[in-house]
Design a protein around this ligand. Structure first.
Ligand code: NAD
Length: 277
């Protein structure tokens, strides 16, 4: 069994970004990411903190907007519009979830597709689906990098994705299709989930249920990518895959932590640089 090391690969990507940022600086161009956080959700604060750290590491300038919980939608939209109009801002990220009185879709739709480093805007999603140049969604694009840099052949392979969310499952399917995999998407209404999973050469799991996938779902030698993140009692992290059990049959597997998680932020940094013109 090969361990797919997301910590190491994300480090390589951040180092590549750092080099590109340096080169752009020499051409007089600075890369800037604007990060907006509304309210004080503890998990969101941790994510935003990690994004800022990655910016510091890569040399990307981060501009941080920490707004109170009772910020009105109008005020938030006005800030997004202002950042859209600023030539010195390359990427805009609004940390989700937003407080209940703000409509997330309206906010996402207001971010300029040219600065939509999370790739959530419908235009960004459309571009990705038809293979036009544009930002790629961070978690799924990070998984493609993990596979490629671990020498996993994708072309012609049967890839089963469990989960159909807009952030992970659906865009993952589109990116695997672009890489010439044969793709099956499973979800909560799928019949014979185990049988479908057992036919996968590459199994990508994004269900949001701790350790749901054990070795009985996995074909001998399959590559298993675990997107799930859960904090167990005692603060230990685990994924949607029962790692200890599945590692006995998988040909390659990502751990949690240290698999997909660090890739998401590394790809965000990559998007920020690719947004510079
Ligand atoms: P989600 O809740 O939006 O979607 C879960 C999907 O799983 C749904 O499409 C649902 O149909 C499917 N599902 C639920 N129960 C099922 C079952 N019993 N059988 C088959 N399918 C089932 O979740 P999400 O946003 O896609 O996230 C999934 C997991 O990935 C979560 O644990 C989340 O924390 C994690 N995540 C990690 C990263 C990262 O950077 N590593 C990024 C995003 C999400």
């Amino acid at each position: 069994m090969k361990l797919i090391d997301g910590k190491m690969i994300s480090g390589m990507i951040k180092d590549e970004v750092k080099e590109q940022v340096e080169k752009l600086k020499q051409q007089g161009k600075e890369v800037t990411l604007a990060v907006i956080l509304v309210g004080n959700d503890p998990a969101s604060s941790v994510y935003v903190g990690n994004k800022k750290k990655a910016c510091e590491y890569t040399g990307i300038r981060s501009e941080s907007y920490e707004l109170p919980e009772d910020t009105t939608q109008e005020k938030l939209l006005a800030l997004v519009e202002e950042l859209n109009g600023r030539d010195d801002v390359n990427g805009i990220l609004v940390q989700l979830p937003l407080p209940a009185h703000i409509d997330e879709k309206t906010v996402i739709d207001t971010i300029s597709p040219d600065k939509d480093v999370d790739c959530f805007h419908p235009q960004s999603v459309g571009r990705m689906c038809i293979g036009e140049k544009g930002f790629l969604p961070c978690t799924p694009a990070g998984i493609i990098e993990l596979l490629k840099r671990s020498d996993v052949e994708i072309t012609g392979k049967h890839c089963v994705i469990i989960g159909r969310s807009n952030i992970v499952g659906k865009p993952m399917a589109m990116l695997m299709l672009r890489e010439n995999a044969t793709v099956t998407i499973c979800h909560s209404k799928t019949k014979d989930l185990k049988e479908v999973c057992k036919s996968a050469d590459i199994l990508i799991v994004a269900i949001g249920k701790p350790k749901m996938i054990d070795s009985s779902y996995v074909k001998e030698g399959a590559v298993v990518i675990d997107v799930g993140i859960h904090r167990l009692e005692g603060k230990k992290l685990c994924g949607d895959v029962d790692f200890e059990d599945v590692k006995e049959v998988a040909g390659a597997i990502t751990p949690v932590p240290g698999g997909v998680g660090p890739m998401t932020i590394a790809m965000l940094m990559k998007n920020c640089v690719s947004g510079v013109r």
